[in-house]
Design a protein around this ligand. Structure first.
Ligand code: ASP
Length: 332
């Protein structure tokens, strides 16, 4: 029984840092999108935060916007499927005051995996639940199992399949109008409330056409999402394997703890990924990192980019809705 009681105790730590309870902070909510999605995503979260509502409700409601919108092909309902044309979703959540977290991975049929991740955090003694187990857990909490494949994502999958090889029996369409890039997406939502407490979510359908069962950085605490209530929060999108093998979000939080600004810390991770891959001319994938520190300063950087294709981050605070154009390391 002792073995069981240790993680239970670890999960219920609720001591707040002194700064959270004494200092008044300016609330802010941030997401890894630009103008188009930023406002839509942040609106419900900001309307909760500005009224001093629940920090976790704020990040969850905002993350749910993209999860429920079939127009977004990289998250939740309408997310691009795996190589078998099955949508498998990953999501994680973290809460600063308790340093607690929850996540689900390769979950099928549930439109809002970030809400399931929150229940893993709040209603279990675990952090990570995958696959069928995650779906069963969601069902037990009343979530409906639904078809997450839209006509649009099915057609994208079909185009990919048909263009995969000229040695199999799947023929490409004659119009030849096909974007062969493996698309990425994901959304990170990070927020700080007026008590200075921090929370965050990362949610995704993962890399399009992935091998069934593959999970990326998004559901892994310290990779696609990490935060520390005394420092700030970080989320990553893009090629998850690189974020995983650098413990990306953890790395960026620790860089901020050591004194870097959010912008410098995001750039430091991009440089680190480039370095471990053998230098600038060896990198043909993208990752994008966003960060916010305890003071409400924000940063955003990507590995690849160009003029007019800078990585963006949107945020909403008492000063209104804003979009930050971040930096990129390699012009492509
Ligand atoms: N990071 C996600 C993953 O690797 C994909 C993405 O951000 O598009 O699963």
């Amino acid at each position: 029984m002792l073995g069981l009681s240790i993680p239970a105790m670890a999960k219920s730590v609720s001591k707040k840092s002194e700064s959270s309870s004494l200092v008044k902070h300016n609330p802010i909510i941030v997401c890894s999108r630009g103008e188009k999605w930023g406002k839509k995503v942040l609106k419900p979260g900001w309307s909760i935060l500005k009224k001093n509502g629940s920090l976790l409700d704020a990040v969850e409601r905002s993350a749910n916007v993209t999860e429920l919108d079939p127009e977004d092909g990289s998250v939740g309902f309408g997310g691009l499927p795996n190589e078998n044309c099955v949508v498998q979703l990953d999501a994680s959540i973290m809460y600063g005051p308790t340093h607690n977290c929850g996540s689900v991975a390769a979950i099928e049929g549930i439109k809002t995996p970030s809400s399931v991740a929150r229940l893993v955090m709040e209603r279990t003694d675990h952090i990570h639940i995958v696959g069928k187990g995650a779906q069963n857990f969601a069902k037990a909490h009343g979530f409906k199992v639904e078809n997450l494949l839209t006509e649009r994502s099915r057609k994208s999958w079909l185009r990919w399949k048909e263009n995969l090889s000229d040695k199999d029996d799947w023929f490409p369409p004659t119009d030849g109008n096909y974007d062969s890039e493996r698309s990425t997406g994901t959304i990170n939502v990070l927020a700080i409330d007026s008590a200075g407490d921090i929370a965050g979510i990362t949610t995704t359908s993962g890399m399009a056409w992935k091998i069934p069962g593959r999970i990326g950085d998004s559901p892994i605490i310290g990779a696609g999402l990490y935060l520390d209530n005394e420092v700030g929060a970080v989320g990553a999108t893009g090629r998850g394997e690189e974020i995983l093998r650098t413990c990306g979000s953890f790395f960026v939080v620790e860089q901020m703890r050591a004194g870097k600004s959010p912008q410098e810390a995001c750039e430091a991770l991009c440089e680190r990924i480039i370095y471990i891959n053998g230098g600038r001319d060896k990198v043909n994938f993208n990752d994008k990192i966003i960060a916010v520190n305890k003071n409400g300063d924000v940063g955003c950087a990507s590995i690849l980019g160009g003029k007019g294709r800078e990585p963006k981050l949107a945020y909403w605070s008492n000063k209104g809705f804003k979009v930050l154009k971040g930096t990129y390391i390699i012009e492509n």
